[in-house]
Design a protein around this ligand. Sequence first.
Ligand code: ATP
Length: 343
Amino acid sequence: MTLTLGNIAKTFPCGTRALRPTDLEIEQGEILSLLGPSGCGKSTLLRIIAGLETPDPGASIVFDGEDVTHQSVDRRKIGMVFQSYALFPNMSVRGNIGYGLKMQKLPRAEIAARVEEVIELCRLEPYADRAITALSGGQRQRVALARAMAPRPRVLLLDEPLSALDAALRGQLRDELALLLREFGITAIFVTHDQDEAMAIADRVAVMSQGEVAQIGTPEALYRNPATGFVARFVGDAMPLEGHIERETLHLQGGMLGLPRASDGQQVLVRAEDIRIDPQGPIAARVETVTFLGTHYRIALSGAMTGPLFMLHAGFSAPKPGDKVRISIPPEALLVLPLDTAA
Ligand code: ATP
């Protein structure tokens, strides 16, 4: 199903402007993530699509050419998965999945067939007769997904579906969820504040800030070509290089970097993985702290720059705190962006 959102805005009665006018087009089978910090309006947008919240006048929500803006939640035929899963704890997996279908008063044979279909799709066969209380967090997540899919929704909406799980399980289920959604072939929108989650699951990510979509694109496009400092910092933790640009050169306390195509009034950001220790490097720095993280060392540099700068260093040894080093940054890794506008 293709979903077209036009001019979606939301001002709550208390005056809070949760969403500024927003347009979005989501293609059939596409998985879109709404990513942003707390309070940026992502849940409000999802709730408006679901029909749980009314947008300001002038909005339009179109599902495959059908205007559903004024339709109730039920008529929109949406599947929803919430953070808490909201499963009935004492009911079996089958009971939970079939519950909504029973409420719809579907024929018994059809309910049974659909329940079995999603149980198989979500690989829940071994647990189908267990009570929810006897399942792990990951298994519960799959039941919530199966329950949402059983009525064959037109679109699946997921609000922070992994946030109730511990870090290790989240990583594993992230990949599983990405795979399942693709197997379903369903159009899906999911809300998260976790960059890794958005990038691992979504075809496209809409980065939101203060009630607006700051940028929308594939994870790779957002990472490589962020449009604003906010997006660069939020997607990939880019750090500003504290210097000034003059005649296509960035002047830092510890050295200079050539910046063709850059001009005064822009900012330059860099990511930790793009900084190298390089005896011939153009910038002098001092090692402040070195943290061993198994796959790499995380090194905080200072002295040369105004603010602390982190870099990642792979290998069997690392410099020590207090060492003076030289660093280099490949020019293509520098993110030259407009200065942030004051909010
Ligand atoms: P989080 O990740 O913390 O859930 P979010 O990005 O989903 O945040 P929303 O829940 O959409 O953000 O909220 C956006 C803004 O609207 C916030 O400033 C919030 O306080 C406000 N808001 C949300 N619901 C209401 C409400 N019912 N009445 C008034 N203000 C609200």
